[in-house]
Design a protein around this ligand. Structure first.
Ligand code: S3P
Length: 180
């Protein structure tokens, strides 16, 4: 399959599996895997928690938006984004321009179990992270819904199953007719 002039863009709450599933999709399609958070950390030379702590969330959001703009010329990528990328309307429009926007979601319990494995996420360093997940998820759900063209609930899925489902949707949407 020749590399198409588009991308697959994964959005979703922290712990929804964007990076793990994204890597698999990219490997299977021969696409390049791009993780906006990892790129940002590499370019800034600092962890996300450090950026939040020293310059605040707004500054992080500016960097995140600039990163999406910088990706506008890329094609043939699976782009995994940070969970809050949908907060800005401008970003939601940019995501659509990048390619097929897929919302990976899962039950709150599943998400909480996954995010509890690390303490790297500044927004969840609260007195009651489980309640924070519920609050943030409720506030963001409509924004993920608005941004997404395809939604996949991965609660009962392995990464391999989730990747297969996204690839099947991409094949349908882009009318790819050959095996990747
Ligand atoms: C954030 C999610 C994180 C990272 C930052 C903010 C959010 O990415 O961008 O900590 O606002 O939900 P992951 O979704 O990859 O954890």
């Amino acid at each position: 399959m020749s590399v198409p002039r588009t991308n697959i863009v994964l959005i979703g709450f922290m712990g929804s599996g964007k990076s793990s599933v994204g890597r698999r999709i990219a490997a299977q399609l021969g696409f390049q895997f791009v993780d906006t958070d990892a790129l940002l950390v590499e370019r800034e030379g600092r962890e996300i928690a450090e950026i939040f702590a020293s310059e605040g969330e707004d500054h992080f959001r500016d960097l995140e938006s600039a990163m999406l703009e910088a990706l506008a010329t890329r094609t043939g990528c699976v782009i995994s984004t940070g969970g809050g990328v949908i907060l800005r309307e401008k970003n939601r429009a940019l995501l659509r321009q990048l390619g097929l926007v897929v919302w990976l979601t899962a039950s709150e319990d599943t998400i909480f179990a996954r995010v509890s494995r690390t303490n790297k996420r500044p927004l969840l360093q609260t007195a009651n992270p489980r309640a924070t997940v519920t609050e943030l998820f409720a506030a963001r759900r409509p924004l993920y819904e608005a941004a997404a063209q395809f939604t996949l609930d991965t609660t009962a899925f392995s990464h391999a199953q989730a990747a297969a489902a996204v690839i099947a949707e991409a094949r349908r949407v882009f009318s790819w007719d050959t095996a990747g």
